[in-house]
Design a protein around this ligand. Sequence first.
Ligand code: PGA
Length: 261
Amino acid sequence: MDRKALVVGNWKMQLSYKGELELARALKNLLRGVTVTADIVVCPSFAALEAVGEVFKNSDKVELGAQGIFGEEKGAFTGQVSVLQISSLVRWCIVGHSEQRAVYRLTDGDVQRQADLALKHGLVPIICVGETAEERATEQTVKKITEQVTGLLQKLTRASFSKLVVAYEPVWAIGSGEQPDPNDISAILLLIRKLITERFDRQASDRVRLLYGGSVTPDTVGLFVSEPGVDGVLVGGASTHPNQFVDILKKVQAAHVSEAT
Ligand code: PGA
């Protein structure tokens, strides 16, 4: 099955408002000279969403995503952002990023609810799963990923499941410069696809795009995306450097073309 490659940049809270606009403009300029065959999504801060959206308004190359949403549509939740407040600005939404799970103590149930809300309001959730360093050390990786994905499979319908994206992001690999062996990434993505096939069918699992995330750089991305079943990457740190992000994009596109042929 030929799935379109996907490259997502998660800008986190790394830049000032002005810095985010400069990054958006630089990225737009760099992309002028690039033939884009992948879907590109950037996820700025909530504060800069609208302004970054303006920068990319006439671009058919870059779409916007949110870094997360709260698990309720409205109410007395100080400091949180509802899907209703951003659904006109973005088409994508990261859900269950490990930093959100850690800081806001999100449970798998919360992540399932947020994914459901994103889908209900027409956004494509990019759902993050992954094991911690401790779980890895005690060989709990397969158990952890199975639990996280099975929970989602129970909550979401077949139709909605085939619209979303799952990103395998080992928590210990995020921002650390460490990465799993490319074979291990491929094995985990295969496990995720197998769980989807078992719950629904091959057609549904074939449609889901699976990403890898965690310390992806232009130097390392080639190793990951050349593995079978890797449809793209979720990039943190390197996505705030426009040249690096575009280099990553080019390498993902090149690998995807050679995989499809
Ligand atoms: P990183 O972040 O690329 O800086 O490791 C990835 C992520 O948090 O999604």
